[in-house]
Design a protein around this ligand. Structure first.
Ligand code: FAD
Length: 424
């Protein structure tokens, strides 16, 4: 049992109950926090009020953010690649929570922008690292008629006996080239400013079509430079939240790509896509822990300033109870996010089951925290003068982003059942 001689004040850090952060981790957290406060929040607020075209324009403050992020070294792919797994599991969630606390749209812009470079580093192929390691990118997964169908790649949640929709974007192999035609969905994060993409799409390898016998699709994963003839982009998408994150379609018209740029084909394409989704879902959880914490902190300030009912809001017992519920959700989110980083970088991981557990839990909790914090602000919460309405919109987008939460949860349930059947 613990012996407590006196009841002191709780000893909380920047991230609540987190303990045992080393000097190095505290220093990195501090750098990330200052960057989030001084660079990301002001730029994120500015971009939130602009049109999608203005956000992606050459004079947009988005470019200043991207430059300052590079200068900060906070997402240095070479440095991250050089870390051992235990370091990655500790440091990456600390950094992403702070960046999410600063602005989630900008965080996802940086994350998605690094996807092709990250994939190139993962291959260890010096030519791909040289060609793509320094390009700003995006992740092309979904298509107009293939949203959740893309996420449910193995068709575990599709109607039995059905075929997946015909793709709007597909490739065929001809000699030593890949020829790509069609369009992505309008949801590709960072597309309007990207120089290349990590492309996941159905592929006809041998002239026998793209469908497999089970109604699923033969696929591949390739790196695609956007300066090739036949690549063009659509209009930037206008949406409710994460407005600092520009999104849009990419069109391909007989685009010829060397087969050397294919990083996973045939049976390897499916694990490669799930590997990327496993990574992205895990980072989403760390990012939206930061968004939830931002909402909690704003509410904590506000209830200590606003007077109603004869005193400060915090003097009402029911308000303290509501505030504590926000805190509890932020702490549970961080714990869940950290646990999944530990699993994925540990000896048993990685697995998408782990990542979608934290992604669905944290983004849903984050939405509830933002909504309940907004309620504590009363009418002020609804206005653009105060920060809650932006946070609520940002959190709302996360429930669909990177796999819609219901579909991800269905896949989680199916994996639990597979695991049970294999062990009983
Ligand atoms: C902010 C944001 C960023 C994004 N970034 C990217 C990106 O960088 N790259 C990219 O490729 N895509 C990106 N996406 C796309 C995202 O992955 C898709 O929006 C998501 O997978 C859902 O697809 P959909 O929008 O077509 O919805 P749909 O698939 O049409 O789903 C509509 C509804 O149907 C339900 N449903 C669908 N299938 C099933 C099923 N089998 N069983 C039960 N219910 C089902 C879903 O639960 C959902 O409620 C992004 C989306 C957002 C919102």
């Amino acid at each position: 049992m613990f012996t407590v001689e006196q009841i002191p004040m709780p000893n909380l850090g920047l991230t609540g109950l987190a303990v045992n952060l080393s000097e190095e981790e505290l220093a990195i957290q501090d750098v990330a926090h200052r960057f989030a406060r001084d660079v990301m929040r002001p730029i994120g607020e500015q971009l939130d009020k602009m049109t999608p075209e203005q956000v992606a324009a050459p004079e947009s403050p988005l470019w200043s953010f991207l430059q300052q992020l590079r200068d900060s070294g906070l997402i240095d792919l070479e440095a991250i690649a050089a870390m051992d797994n235990a370091q990655k599991a500790r440091l990456v969630p600390i950094i992403f929570e702070e960046l999410g606390w600063g602005d989630s749209g900008l965080t996802i812009c940086a994350l998605a922008g690094a996807f092709p470079a990250f994939a190139a580093y993962n291959t260890g192929n010096p030519e791909l690292i040289e060609r793509f390691g320094h390009l700003r990118g995006c992740w092309i997964g979904t298509q107009p008629d293939r949203g959740s169908d893309m996420v449910d790649y193995d068709k575990s949640e599709a109607v039995v006996g059905s075929r997946h929709n015909k793709p709007n974007l597909h490739a065929r192999v001809e000699g030593n080239e890949l020829i790509v035609n069609g369009q992505s969905s309008a949801w590709v994060s960072g597309a309007p400013i990207a120089e290349c993409g990590l492309l996941n799409c159905p592929c006809d390898y041998d002239g026998n079509g793209i469908y497999r016998e089970d109604g699923g699709l033969n696929s591949l994963v390739a790196l695609v430079p956007f300066d090739l003839p036949g690549v063009s982009k659509g209009k930037a998408l206008d949406k409710i939240g994460q407005r600092a994150l520009p999104q849009g379609e990419i069109y391909f018209d007989e685009v010829r790509i060397p087969l050397d740029y294919v990083i996973a084909d045939k049976e390897l394409a499916y694990p490669s896509f799930y590997g990327a989704l496993t990574f992205a879902n895990m980072e989403m959880a760390a990012t939206f822990t930061g968004v939830a914490r931002a909402a909690f902190e704003h509410a904590l300030d506000y209830v200590h300033e606003r007077k109603q009912g004869g005193g400060l809001l915090i003097e009402h017992q029911s308000v303290r109870l509501r505030l504590f519920d926000l805190w509890r959700k932020v702490e549970s989110s961080r714990a869940m996010s950290q646990r999944v980083f530990d699993y994925n970088y540990g000896p048993k991981g990685p697995h998408l089951l782990a990542s979608l557990t934290s992604k669905t839990f944290v983004t849903q909790s984050c939405f509830e925290v933002c909504n309940d914090a907004m309620q504590l602000f009363g009418g002020n919460g609804l206005t653009r003068e105060y920060p809650l309405e932006k946070l609520l919109r940002d959190a709302r987008a996360a429930l669909v982003e990177d796999g819609e939460n219901t579909v991800l949860s269905l896949k989680g349930g199916s994996w639990l059942s597979h695991w049970y059947k294999a062990n009983h």
